[in-house]
Write a protein that binds this ligand. Structure first.
Ligand SMILES: [Zn+2]
Length: 357
């Protein structure tokens, strides 16, 4: 963003380290406040659908931010290129747990399977897909078909939506049945009723409750795109400017555009994803889009129960992620290794509070 967030792309790496801790404290304080907890409860009471977004590790992507959805509603799952396969053991298990949780609470689940591109310049698109949008869409279709294969199509509790994200304006492109699409960048001040009709055409078999819960995501993106246009965002801000490599889970508190590349722990070829992310970061330094004084490697894992084995288990995972990333980068991208500032943390999902190890 070309507003107050821009400074985090320019401050020294030492200051960025302190900023991270302070920012987390502030977000955690707000997240834990009675007002925010009430708003979340109210949102979840009105919108009973669980929302999960499969996203590329790219720091410019953030479905929650781009749809102006309150923190803690969208569960973001990240990997290189937004490429996922439900044959991956850990991913399959994690997604099955999530759907099981939704079913237990009488909820359905919307799964956004996303890809991204840039309208203005091919090479501002997705490195993980070698900038090829057609290949990206084919990969997304593969994932949506896997979801349908596992959970069924008719009356299923999981509804996959293939979603394109255009990163110059952060506009969503919804893919629907029979090749129909809804491109938010072309909408001019649409009413809720108009949008609802368009969504019903796009997803004729979608349950009414789910449609109600999809609507605010679309409306939020309409507002967000209008704000991006009004801010006259510089093209530099639409290019990669990440300074942090996140490895693991529990990064939604960061909530800042274009600051961190996030590699989830799901891909069996984790080292390949880390290598591509590291090369993107090195590219940011070489092109002088960010300061030259370092990159933060932030390993993270989440825990829910502060008393039991959950937290120490998360600590073991986080340390492993840090050491694994350091080893991979030392081997594959040694020129960046000396610029790395490693940090490992665990995040309490109840408060989003980060604890350094
Ligand atoms: Zn990408």
């Amino acid at each position: 963003m070309s507003n107050g967030h821009e400074s985090v792309h320019e401050i020294s790496i030492e200051r960025l380290k302190h900023w991270l801790i302070e920012h987390n404290e502030q977000v955690s304080r707000e997240y834990s406040s009675p007002d925010a907890a009430f708003l979340r409860r109210q949102y979840r009471a009105n919108h009973k659908t669980e929302i999960v977004a499969f996203e590329c590790m790219d720091g410019r992507l953030n479905l929650a931010l781009m749809s102006e959805t309150p923190l803690g509603i969208v569960q973001s799952v990240r990997n290189l290129g937004g490429i996922f396969d439900l044959g991956w053991f850990y991913l399959n298990e994690m997604f099955d747990d999530l759907v099981g949780y939704a079913v237990k609470h009488g909820r359905d689940c919307l799964a956004f399977v996303t890809y991204h591109w840039s309208r203005g310049e091919l090479h501002r698109g997705c490195r993980g897909h070698n900038y090829n949008v057609d290949v990206a869409r084919t990969d997304m279709m593969h994932m949506t078909h896997q979801i349908e294969e596992i959970f069924g199509v008719k009356h299923s509790v999981v509804y996959p939506i293939c979603l394109g994200i255009e990163t110059d304006e952060d506009a969503f492109l919804f893919h629907g049945s029979e090749g129909r699409t809804l491109d938010v960048s072309t909408l001019r001040d649409p009413s809720s009723d108009e949008l609802r009709i368009r969504l019903m055409e796009l997803y004729p078999d979608m349950k009414k409750q789910m449609l109600n819960d999809l609507l605010p995501i679309v409306e939020g993106n309409v507002r967000h795109v209008a704000a991006v246009r009004a801010s006259n965002r510089q093209i530099l801000d639409a290019e990669h400017r990440e300074r942090i490599l996140g490895v693991g889970r529990g990064f939604d508190w960061l909530h800042v555009n274009n600051l961190a590349l996030i590699v989830g722990p799901f891909d069996p070829n984790l080292d390949g994803a880390i290598e591509v992310a590291t090369k993107l970061l090195l590219g940011n330094i070489d092109a002088k889009r960010i300061p030259q004084d370092g990159i933060i490697l932030l390993a993270s894992e989440t825990y829910r129960d502060p008393a039991g084995s959950d937290k120490p288990g998360a600590m073991v995972k986080s340390r492993f992620a840090r050491d694994f990333a350091l080893k991979t980068i030392g081997k594959d991208v040694p020129s960046l290794r000396k610029l790395l500032i490693p940090m490992a943390c665990v995040v309490d999902v109840n408060t989003r509070k980060l604890h350094l190890i």
